[in-house]
Design a protein around this ligand. Structure first.
Ligand code: FE2
Ligand code: FE2
Length: 379
């Protein structure tokens, strides 16, 4: 396994959220990924799920394993040519057909730049990665959680179940045993926790820029709250799971986790603080899916041993690197929904029809049915 070390007491992590690509990989996604790696030279990249747009029309039929391999090989080749170690989580859109998460994990794991993290937290798509001081002990730890595990008995996805939280506690305490202290850590996962709403501010319906909550927060409206760091944007509601499994409280109980960061909601990018722990989002970086226009990008986190418990974070966007000029120009009205190939345009058309069908069905269906259909959001 690649041994990760601080440089001059610092360690730079770069989050790639929702690359969400298809076999016809967008040159704009590739250019963005290559450019941010070259500009920032991070010590570790963390891919926080939805690397693959498994529901894309061009992904249907044929050899799913071969398609997954092509997309993943493209992604790993980008990190290999930059010489950047990377770790991988899965999202709700990665697995499809025969290309299971386990199958995809093996492809990522073949890369010499892949950091396993040892599956410490119970299975593929979880990790606990130590970062060492060159001549000392462990300086930091980077956790990755599986946040969209399908639980058969419940017939739904569950956000970081208790079993995984127990594994985290064991790992955290083992580090303390070894190092004599809790080590400052960052944590990543695909789906946000319910407490993300604490970073937001509740406002009256009709407030400009407000998003409507969902699930337990349905009917309430939110804008960015007062603790949010500059340079943030909120473009959609938080795609939380039905049940709060107590993850936030578990991660903050020993104050080792400085922040927990998400992807999944492509149009959100912000970091704020609640009860002494940060929560935040990285916007999406893929151009073959909906997203925040030319503000697609990555989020950087700089841990610094000299500032134990404090870190810097900022985003690097496509606009900041290339301006508003994409390789595959798109009509602005479609841009945020990003059809950048013929196959994707067909898919977009289908989605429009589907939304219309949902509208008609909604007039007649019971509330439970409507909720089920809303959950089919393509993110
Ligand atoms: Fe997602
Ligand atoms: Fe996504």
């Amino acid at each position: 396994m690649v041994r990760l070390e601080t440089k001059n007491g610092r360690f730079k992590v770069m989050q790639f959220a929702d690359i969400q690509e298809i076999v016809d990989f967008s040159p704009d996604t590739e250019n963005l990924m290559r450019a941010v790696l070259q500009k920032e030279n991070p010590d570790l990249a963390v891919l926080t799920g939805d690397q693959i747009k498994s529901y894309g029309v061009s992904m249907l039929g044929g050899d799913s394993r071969a398609k997954a391999e092509k997309i993943i090989s493209k992604i790993t080749s980008i990190f290999e040519s930059a010489g950047t170690p990377f770790a991988v989580l899965f999202g709700n859109h990665d697995a499809f057909g025969e290309a299971t998460r386990e199958y995809q994990y093996e492809i990522y794991a073949r890369s010499p730049m892949f950091v396993t993290g040892g599956e410490y937290l119970g299975g593929v798509g979880t990790f606990s990665i130590p970062v060492y001081a060159p001549n000392g002990g462990q300086a930091f730890n980077i956790y990755g959680f599986e946040s969209c595990e399908w639980v058969e008995e419940l017939n739904r996805f569950v956000n970081v179940p208790e079993r995984q939280l127990e594994l985290y506690r064991k790992e955290r305490d083992a580090i303390r045993e070894r190092e004599g202290r809790y080590v400052p850590s960052l944590a990543f996962q695909h789906i946000p926790v319910h407490e993300i709403h604490e970073i937001l501010k509740r406002v009256p319906e009709g407030t400009p820029g407000a998003v409507r909550g969902k699930r337990p927060f349905d009917g309430r409206y939110f804008v960015l709250g007062d603790t949010v760091r500059p340079g943030a944007f909120l473009g959609e509601n938080a795609g939380i799971s039905d049940v709060n499994t107590g993850e936030f409280q578990a991660l903050r109980e020993k104050r080792d986790v400085l922040g927990l960061f998400f992807g999944h909601d492509h149009n959100n990018s912000f970091v704020g603080s609640y009860q002494g722990m940060d929560l935040g989002y990285c916007q999406s970086c893929g151009f073959n899916c909906y997203g925040p226009g030319f503000r697609r990008g990555v989020r950087v986190y700089v841990l610094d041993e000299a500032r134990n418990g404090e870190y810097d974070t900022y985003t690097v966007t496509f606009a900041g690197l290339f301006g508003e000029r994409a390789e595959r120009p798109l009509v602005k009205v479609f841009y945020d929904h990003a059809a950048s190939s013929k196959a994707e345009a067909v898919e977009m058309g289908k989605n429009v029809l589907k939304k219309a069908a949902i509208g008609v069905a909604g007039a007649f269906a019971v509330k439970g049915l409507i909720d089920t259909m809303k959950n089919g959001r393509r993110d």
